[in-house]
Every structure is written in C-alpha cells, then in structure tokens.
Design a protein around this ligand. Sequence first.
Ligand SMILES: NC(=O)c1ccc[n+]([C@@H]2O[C@H](COP(=O)([O-])OP(=O)(O)OC[C@H]3O[C@@H](n4cnc5c(N)ncnc54)[C@H](OP(=O)(O)O)[C@@H]3O)[C@@H](O)[C@H]2O)c1
Length: 181
Amino acid sequence: MKPTVSVYIATSLDGFIARENDDLDWLDAAGQTVPKGEDFGYAAFMSSVDLLVMGRYTYEKVLTFGEWPYQDKRVIVLSGRPLEIPPSLSHRVSHSSESPQQLCQRLEQEGVGRIYLDGGVTIQRFLAAGLVDDMIITLIPILLGSGKPLFGSLAADISLKLVAAKPFDCGFVQITYAVQY
Ligand SMILES: NC(=O)c1ccc[n+]([C@@H]2O[C@H](COP(=O)([O-])OP(=O)(O)OC[C@H]3O[C@@H](n4cnc5c(N)ncnc54)[C@H](OP(=O)(O)O)[C@@H]3O)[C@@H](O)[C@H]2O)c1
C-alpha cells in the first residue's frame, strides 16, 4: 500500500513559511506567545510518522538550529545536487534525487506507512504529483507580504476536505485537510 504522505507546517495567514532569506524570526516571535506545554499536536503527529522527507532548503535551515530535532527518526533529503551530511547524522539522514513517484514507490516496497513531508517547494511537487494525502496547517496570525510560499501554481485545481479546525487562545488556528484528487 502507498505510504500516507502528510504535511504538518506553520504558515503566515498570507501563506508564507519563511521570509525570502529563510528567516523564521516571525515564527519564533509567535512561539513566545504560546502557553508552556502546548505543542499543537506535534509530538502525537511525529510519533505517527515513520520518516521525514524534506527539501534541501528546509534541511539546510534545520542544520542551523544547532540541535537536530528529529532524534533517530529517518530523514530523506531531496536535492538534485550533491548534499553534505555531517558524520553525526549519516546513520539517519540520506540524500535522494528521486521524483515524488519514484520515492513513494520505493518507500512502499520498504513498508513505510506514513511520511512527514516538509518544505514549500517539496510539498508543491508532491501535490502536483497527486501524492499528498493530508495537510495539518497551523495559521500564524501575521501577514508577511512576501517570502517563501507554501503553495504555488498548479496545472489543475486540487480540492480539499476539511477534517478539523481548531483555534488556540494564542491566536493560532490549526486546520486539517484531506486532499481529494
Ligand atoms: N513554517 C514552517 O513550518 C516551515 C516548515 C518547513 C520549512 N520551512 C522553511 O521553508 C524554507 C524552505 O522551503 P523551500 O520551499 O524554500 O524549499 P524546500 O522544499 O525545503 O527545498 C526545495 C529544494 O528541494 C529539492 N527538491 C525538492 N523535491 C525534489 C525532488 N523530487 N528531486 C530533487 N530535488 C528536490 C530541490 O533542491 P536542489 O535545488 O538542491 O535540487 C529544491 O530546490 C526554509 O526557510 C525553512 O526553514 C518552514
């Protein structure tokens, strides 16, 4: 069976996941308003996924965090160029330049059940390939005006079915959609 491909991501209300220079200062600032202990379902989501697939730019940003946030979870980084993986991560991080279809087929053969897909361009490519199953999107109450977009142009409309919508006192709204191709 094809792995379930799930997006879990935070975006500004106007649809940006980072500033143009990859800065996440706005997200960090919003995080300061979150009550202690509130994780927006992240831990439960993480425990439901077998591995992460992310684009090169997301990977490079995560490397700047200092601490690798995914513990021993397997991570596949997509890039069409050579990728540097620090020796301390080489047992859990791997590089692939497969298409979304090829990667999903390989992971299906490996028995992978659920994938956490991350990175704007990467999500756009999987959406265009008809391979995203669900999206958990946390809307941050800010307008950035410009930046790296979560979504992009499409050859055809993609319909979404609302699964859940949850407002939080800090102003975040988390919306879960099932993708209907
Ligand atoms: N707000 C949030 O919750 C959130 C979450 C995730 C990321 N972010 C931020 O978003 C930014 C990164 O997103 P992004 O949209 O710029 O890029 P991205 O999706 O992280 O990376 C895009 C790159 O991934 C590679 N790629 C994707 N699919 C591929 C495929 N099938 N085969 C080969 N290569 C593939 C390409 O790399 P090459 O050009 O090397 O070939 C492409 O340029 C970062 O600033 C990150 O911090 C924010």
